[in-house]
Design a protein around this ligand. Sequence first.
Ligand SMILES: NC(=O)c1ccc[n+]([C@@H]2O[C@H](COP(=O)([O-])OP(=O)(O)OC[C@H]3O[C@@H](n4cnc5c(N)ncnc54)[C@H](OP(=O)(O)O)[C@@H]3O)[C@@H](O)[C@H]2O)c1
Length: 348
Amino acid sequence: MKARATNPSTPRRVVVHRPGGLDRLVLEPFEPPQPGPGEVRVSVRAIGVNFADCLVRMGVYAPAKRYVDWPITPGFEVAGVVDAVGDQLEESDWPGRRVVALSRFNAYASHVVTSAQRALTMPDGWTMAEGAAFAVNALTAHHALHLADAPAGSAVLIHSAAGGVGHWLVQLARVRGLAATGVVGAPDKVAVVTAAGAEHCLVRGSFEERRLQPIFLAVFDAHGPESWRRSYGLLAPTGRLVVYGAHALTRNGRIPWLRAGLDLLRRPRFDPLRLCADNRGVLGFNLAYLFEQDAAFANDLAELRTLVVDGKARFPPITTLPLDEVREAHRLLQSGTTVGKLVLEIPA
Ligand SMILES: NC(=O)c1ccc[n+]([C@@H]2O[C@H](COP(=O)([O-])OP(=O)(O)OC[C@H]3O[C@@H](n4cnc5c(N)ncnc54)[C@H](OP(=O)(O)O)[C@@H]3O)[C@@H](O)[C@H]2O)c1
């Protein structure tokens, strides 16, 4: 079912008035916001869909509660064309510029206002869908690898390696000279992970995956409590576990509260003395709480853009849907079966 038909030329956004299932994603007309000082407005052509958007819709994404509450328009990233400029910016520099832009929420819309520092000029060769498939996932992978700081030549393990973040982890690990092993949930995802540059790709729960040895100097794990425990055990001395999500606590877009509660009760607790004895580290992050670091993000994104322009990293497989099929996009992403990135498109 569609989120609700509106005239495609009418400014519109997706609003979640109350948390819940797919039917809570409602497409509504709206008055495009005006940019304030130092801000630009982007006329949006494509929107990147992230797993966190499903968590926002379900009502379990803590930054959504902290920064907005409900009603909320989900979404963190768009590609489009600047169509209005706020004070303190050079008027002639911006209008008509093709940009990739980050926004803490509000990105599921035809118009997005954000700080000019969060708007990166898009290379001419990129499509709007590619622009929308870039910033959040590449930045997340880059930050995770920065925290792990594994030396070139070492072995790293990447969970959900065929997904949006997983793709960039594999690509950027290869750029750093790391030997990546990917883990995926289904055999049909293996080929895309090895094509992206992983040395091996194993199916979660398979004989080979269960026999993995503690040889990894970094494990990247957004899966959930049981997986975090196992991942810690797969670290070699001086290795680091990087935790950045818990998608396995959900089930087809819902939280099975009893099971999720039990899983959380059983989550590993890392004792500092034990970390010393094991010579291992555990790190976590959520970029949604780091949004004020505009300058750092801008530098990192510019470096990542260069890697793509120079052909050292490439985009994941991208699946596009029109914005009014936002419910279908969430259904697909929360099914756990997707490969690469989902992008919502708004025709010009
Ligand atoms: N901390 C941060 O700053 C940050 C930023 C961006 C994303 N994230 C996190 O990174 C993870 C990946 O995000 P993404 O947007 O790139 O999504 P994605 O990896 O493209 O899609 C989610 C993948 O997770 C796996 N999965 C396992 N159990 C699942 C379940 N119960 N429901 C749905 N998927 C399940 C599936 O792959 P397999 O079955 O193949 O494993 C699925 O394809 C998410 O946990 C997200 O919250 C964190």
